[in-house]
Design a protein around this ligand. Structure first.
Ligand SMILES: *Cc1c(COP(=O)(O)O)cnc(C)c1O
Ligand code: SF4
Length: 434
């Protein structure tokens, strides 16, 4: 293939011609679309992507959605027929539908919102690169994706053709990375790097592999979720050829709901794993979509079946038009509190919030630690599995006694009788016990 070959999406930009056919019910429209091309051909999937103007053929739209489609201040509408097929044409609260179809809330720019709350542009030494942490950079490889997620935090650039990254722009990024030997980890994101052609991906990975201090490269892609047929053997061959002794390639994807965990997605992940790529998940907490412990638990259980390790669970960001998706900060803590103990640790993400103004990510979690009882030198914990109280002694003369939050005597008095310790353990779990 030719190195200068343009991005996959250019082939789609013509789109399919609007057929002058009789309007049908959404379900019939869908079967007509789904049978009109080769389903497993990802290029055909991209050529047949759904745009704004198609939405009322495939959904029975609500008034709020009609307003959202007309007046959104967020990114363009776009969805692969595959992802569309996971959505419900008649239920406006279907989680997949909410990630595809704008609602009225998207039309409002709230005062607390900002186009670039994380200050990615301010921390950008050359176009397309964000250097926030000393050892890592974020590389914006392209502006296209298979689905334009309504909640996308990079909506200011994604889907916008004026944000196109030319080959020269990418070369400048490589130049910057080459001249900064402290950079060992390159996160390629967009947009979606797997919406570039195999040849372009090959070229990017080859460039990174040639920089001696770059040891790790992560592909941030939603294609396993939104267009699993994109994970072809050819693409995996390209990735594997650079997943070498010099460069370790990881993939981070974004499943947000168990409805996305399909057989096709499972096969796509397995292909990546067979190419030596460890696949992680970074979900976003989204109001009305997955902002409940049980929904997140089911998602993360499914992800382990798909061989996807949990990485992050993001607090939603203050991006324009995002008020319909944002949840209170405490939601993330509540969700983790619910999940802990019900699922193996490999399936439990870290809850992170990216600090506005370019402070980077910080993790937050439930507080299982009640405090230090100084007179008896006991740490007092709450069990995530049983809710019981447990004591664990501090080593004698540790020198760290002043570092712990002090447990009030009144709390100590109320728990000391019932507390468990190395001398007194809980009884075995009974059958059927939650
Ligand atoms: C999230 C992010 C990274 C990667 O951070 P990790 O915590 O290592 O996943 C790097 N650069 C920027 C600008 C980021 O926002
Ligand atoms: S795939 Fe990622 S970058 Fe693309 S629209 Fe969705 S969240 Fe944004």
């Amino acid at each position: 293939m030719d190195r200068t070959e343009k991005n996959l999406v250019q082939e789609q930009e013509g789109g399919k011609p609007l057929e002058p056919l009789e309007p049908l019910e959404p379900l019939e429209e869908r079967s007509r679309l789904f049978s009109s091309f080769e389903w497993t051909d990802y290029k055909a999937q991209l050529r047949n992507r759904i745009r704004s103007r198609d939405l009322d053929r495939y959904f029975t739209l609500t008034e709020s959605e009609r307003i959202g489609i007309r007046e959104t201040i967020r990114l363009n509408v776009g969805a692969s027929p595959y992802y569309l097929s996971l959505s419900d044409p008649s239920d406006p609260n279907c989680p997949i539908r909410r990630m595809i179809v704008p609602r009225e809330e998207e039309a409002y720019f709230s005062p607390e919102e900002a186009a670039d709350p994380l200050h990615e542009e301010g921390l950008s030494p050359v176009k397309g690169l964000t250097h926030m942490y000393p050892d890592r950079v974020l590389l914006f490889s392209n502006h296209e994706c298979s689905v334009y997620c309504r909640h996308c935090m990079r909506g200011r650039k994604v889907s916008d053709a004026s944000e196109r990254m030319e080959t020269e722009d990418l070369e400048e990024c490589f130049g910057y990375i080459r001249s900064h030997s402290e950079i060992s980890d390159v996160v390629i994101s967009g947009g979606d790097p797997l919406n570039l052609s195999d040849a372009k991906i090959d070229w990017i990975l080859e460039n990174l592999e040639r920089i001696p201090h770059v040891k790790i490269c992560r592909l941030g892609t939603r294609n396993p979720v939104t267009l699993p047929m994109r994970i072809t053997s050819e693409l995996c061959g390209v990735i594997e050829s650079h997943n070498s002794d010099r460069l370790s390639i990881f993939c981070n994807t974004q499943f947000n709901h168990e409805k996305e965990c399909t057989q096709e997605a499972k096969e796509a992940v397995l292909k990546l794993v067979k190419a030596g790529v460890s696949v992680g998940n970074q979900c976003v907490i989204l109001k009305g979509i997955n902002d409940e412990g049980e929904i997140m638990l089911r998602l993360h259980k499914k992800l382990l079946e798909l061989r996807v390790r949990s990485y992050y669970m993001y607090d939603p960001e203050l991006i324009p038009g995002s008020r319909g998706f944002r949840t209170p900060l405490y939601k993330g803590i509540e969700i983790l509190e619910y999940m802990r103990g019900k699922l193996g640790g490999m399936g439990i993400p870290q809850f992170v919030t990216d600090l506005p103004g370019g402070g980077g990510k910080v993790t937050l979690g439930p507080n299982w630690y009640l405090g230090y009882h100084r007179p008896t030198r006991n740490h007092v914990f709450r069990s995530a599995v049983r809710g019981t109280v447990h004591l664990s002694p501090e080593p004698p003369e540790s020198g760290y006694e002043n570092f712990y939050p002090i447990l009030e005597d009144s709390v100590w008095d109320s728990v000391r009788e019932s507390a468990y310790s190395s001398e007194k353990g809980v009884s075995p779990r009974k059958k059927g016990e939650a």
